[in-house]
Design a protein around this ligand. Sequence first.
Ligand code: SF4
Length: 214
Amino acid sequence: MNNPKILSPAMLKTYKQCRKKFFLRYVRNILMPQSAAQFERGKNIHAIAGYFLSGIDISRFELSLNDTEKSLWNKLKSNQYFQLTPVKTEFTLNVKLGSYWFGGRLDAIVKKNETEYFILDYKTGSAPDDAKYDYQTMVYISALSKYLKITEGLNFVYIDLKNNQNILIKSDEQLIAEYETRLIKTAEQIASLNENSLTKCKDNKKCEYSKICF
Ligand code: SF4
């Protein structure tokens, strides 16, 4: 099968959710429509946050936000982790673990000092239920660990703007090794995915692929 060359957290989450959906979306490359309002809101918050951390004047951009976006942006702007020193923003980072490539685009990396870094992820919807083992956490911590060549002092913060709370995951050498093992195992499963073994589920009312899933 023509599997994706670089596995992103979204791909890995889709695989965990449904192998058939992964096949339709990322092997057959069939893209189904998403909710435009939520997508736009997230896009605007990520854009203004990126400009702000890069030192760009955002006063005119702020005026163009609607009330919901303004409320989310004000929560992010006053967030404790958003006050730390920016290192990178909207940063694409890939890492090779075993024989497989993983990667994605980080919202921001900030630091408290030279030995304590925080990957920030802004959520205009809710944060993941199991944040410690979410694929986004595992891929980005593993990738940043290799990029910075450190295994201590790496943290991941989900900034949940909907519920105005932070979910902090602190990593260490042991946890990073566990992340790598888990990621490689999932990549191996994806590499051995057999189209003929994929069957349609029964409870598919909420699935955007139900109409074309066979
Ligand atoms: S309809 Fe069911 S099997 Fe098909 S892609 Fe959706 S969740 Fe997966």
